[in-house]
Design a protein around this ligand. Structure first.
Ligand SMILES: Cc1ncc(C[n+]2csc(CCOP(=O)(O)OP(=O)(O)O)c2C)c(N)n1
Ligand SMILES: CC(=O)[C@@H](O)[C@H](O)COP(=O)(O)O
Ligand SMILES: [Mg+2]
Length: 625
């Protein structure tokens, strides 16, 4: 069956009686491939029939399908002729794990960050209507993505389409899960809609009546609009959307292809904004994923038969150290509270939740709110700790500045996944955080080179708060480099790890892993470089930086972040202002986004690996040692 699908729209040649078989084959394909390469599994297993039905009722590439986050777009990729790409899924030079316009004309928009799909789809629809074309535009967002503020901004704006009879379909794929259990009032509302006994009976009728009315729900929708009485409010779901001016249809079974097709076909005929609520099971069709959809949300290569990862994780990760340190400190300090934006497992704060559930808050996929929420708690004397991935913290730049920075409020931000994350690609690399954090007055920004330093930085922040603190740390195992020669932390002070001459190397944070290799290479070649651990991005250790000027002809900074507004440029500014006569070179990421691949491959591609940096440094220093 699946072998018949080589091009977009080929699914339309499949006999409807074979849809179940096709769904089964797609699940088998997903398991076979994602168990080999790693990637996002549970969400894709849950979206098989939904995506099939969308493909049976849309015409690619003319019609446009916008995925929210996009981690659940694998089935769309399979049905648009990209099966081959799964051999290199998320690998350097291979297929992305997210939709990308540059990868296929069937990918209407790129994505990776949550809650953007309705806004983008609304833009596409508006452009369509201004240009006078007639393609169908559909956004698919999960119930988790519906906890993100951008979704409401877009829904609020989408409501105006009705007056001009403009079409837009939003499919709400409700599987009760974000990465973890979904949270918040909207999630509770959807649960009530799905499970209300009276409604469940009523639902049967409403689906039957929907099937009989020539145009889906139109008379019902019109009828419902007029009647706002409480009984309708009680029984008919989606009144929240209806009251906003958006026609709500559902909830319907998201695994019933014929019903989905029937509903999509009818929804396409409505000249108005529609939200179609489908109910699916995350991980459907693979028992380990059905039992633990959170663990199978994002997976490393695993054994399909046992569900076990092929490789056990390395030692303690920076994430582990951060969350364990915060949790231990919270034992002694009742003012410490922890906040996550729908990433309790990814940030490790699930450990804090187990110990202090009353001081733990998962606010949903709502980073802006997470920071403002922390600001409020800090203003009342609590010590909020928010752990947010670097890339997702970009969402909360103004809250960091406006709500936290101006008030110089005491909060600690664990900037997790700082630097290159690798396989998730452009939308997830944490390479902008030095730039955006350094620009905010009153902030202290630190970058540990090893697990012990991270622990000390977190402890200092929480014990000696003097305004907001951000500590950035990378994805994966914590380094133990130079832990044996740890010197106590002093605010704004870096330290010299190896005293030398001529060449000063200043690797920031996790770049010490490469920096030490460069140091060793240069020693082998007869140089005696100095190796500096800056520890602080803000405030920079101006005294230490200036102390390098006399005995070093070349000063090289290294950072796994963009150069624009980065660490290197800030060091350069200090040296320039003090009339340093030697050469300054900043190694980092030029003005670009970084695609998917392993961190090692990406560092090589970017010239951040030790061999490339050593080669450059030898050129820059010119003559032999
Ligand atoms: C702004 C932002 N914050 C956090 C994430 C991490 N993230 C990826 S998928 C996901 C859960 C999405 O849940 P849902 O939309 O319900 O999709 P499902 O996986 O259930 O299909 C989260 C929190 C993200 N991609 N973007
Ligand atoms: C799709 C998404 O945004 C998350 O699933 C992200 O991929 C998690 O990243 P980690 O694997 O680093 O936790
Ligand atoms: Mg979900």
């Amino acid at each position: 069956m699946l072998e018949q699908i080589k091009h977009p729209n080929d699914i339309k040649s499949i006999n409807p009686k074979d849809y179940r078989l096709l769904a089964k084959e797609i699940r088998k394909f997903l398991l076979l491939n994602v168990s080999r390469t790693g990637g996002h599994l549970a969400s894709n297993l849950g979206a098989v029939e939904l995506t099939m039905a969308l493909h049976l009722t849309m015409d690619f590439p003319k019609d446009q399908l916008v995925f929210d986050v996009g981690h659940q777009s694998y089935v769309h990729k399979i049905l648009t002729g990209r099966m081959e790409g799964f051999k290199s899924l998320r690998q350097y030079g291979g297929m992305s794990g997210f939709p990308k316009r540059t990868e296929s004309d069937c990918d209407a928009f790129h994505s990776g960050h949550s809650s953007t799909s309705i806004g983008v789809a609304l833009g596409l629809a508006q452009a369509r209507d201004l240009k006078g074309t007639d393609e169908t535009i559909v956004a698919v967002l999960g119930d988790g993505a519906l906890s993100g503020g951008m979704a409401y901004e877009a829904l609020n704006n989408m409501a105006r389409l009705r007056e001009k009879k403009q079409k837009l379909i939003v499919v709400l794929n409700d599987n009760k899960m974000s990465i973890s259990e979904n949270v918040g009032g909207m999630s509770g509302y959807l649960n009530r809609v799905r499970s209300k006994k009276e409604y469940v009976d009523f639902k049967g009728n409403i689906e039957k009546s929907l099937m009989q009315i020539p145009l889906v729900g139109e008379p019902i929708a019109k009828g419902l609009k007029k009647s706002k009485d409480s009984i309708k409010q009680l029984f008919v779901p989606g009144m929240m959307f209806e009251d906003m001016g958006i026609t709500y249809i559902g909830p319907i079974d998201g695994h019933n292809v014929p019903l989905l097709v029937e509903t999509f076909e009818r929804a396409k005929k409505l000249d108005e904004p529609i939200i179609l609520h489908v109910v699916t099971k995350k991980g459907k069709g693979y028992k380990f994923a059905e039992q633990d959809p959170s663990r199978f949300h994002g997976v490393n290569p695993f054994n399909v038969r046992t569900g076990k990862a092929l490789k056990s994780g390395g030692g303690l990760s920076y994430t582990d150290i951060f969350s364990e340190t915060v949790t231990a400190l919270a034992q002694e300090d009742p003012e410490i509270v922890a906040v996550t934006a729908a990433m309790p497992e990814g940030t490790g704060l699930s450990k804090f939740r187990e110990r202090f559930p009353e001081r733990f808050f998962d606010v949903g996929i709502a980073e802006q709110h997470a920071v403002a929420f922390c600001a409020g708690m800090a203003a009342k004397g609590l010590k909020p700790v928010a752990a947010v991935y670097s890339t997702f913290l970009q969402r909360a730049y103004d809250q960091l500045l406006h709500d936290v920075g101006i008030g110089r409020l005491n909060m600690l931000i664990g900037v997790d996944r700082s630097g290159l994350v690798g396989a998730d690609g452009e939308t997830h690399q944490g390479i902008f955080d030095v730039t955006y954090l350094s620009s905010i007055p009153n902030f202290t920004v630190m970058a540990p080179i090893n697990g012990k330093e991270l622990k000390e930085m977190v402890t200092c922040a929480l014990k000696e708060f003097d305004g907001p603190v951000a500590v950035k740390y990378s994805r994966g195992s914590a380094s133990n480099l130079f832990e044996e020669q740890y010197t106590p932390l002093k605010k704004g002070k870096g330290c010299i790890l190896k005293q030398g001459l001529d060449i000063a190397l200043i690797p920031l944070g996790n770049m010490m892993e490469e920096g030490i290799l460069v140091y060793e290479e240069l020693i082998k070649d007869g140089y005696t470089p100095t190796l500096v651990n800056p520890r602080f991005v803000k405030p920079l250790d101006e005294e230490l930086i200036c102390s390098l000027m006399d005995r070093h002809r070349l000063i090289v900074t290294m950072e796994e972040g963009v150069l624009n507004g980065g660490f290197g440029q800030q060091v350069t500014q200090i040296l320039t202002e003090h009339d340093y006569k030697g050469r300054i070179r900043n190694i980092g990421i030029d003005d670009r986004f970084v695609e998917h691949g392993s961190v090692g491959e990406l560092r090589k591609m970017l010239g951040l690996d030790s061999a490339s940096m050593t080669h450059k440094i030898k050129e820059w220093i010119g003559d032999k040692a």
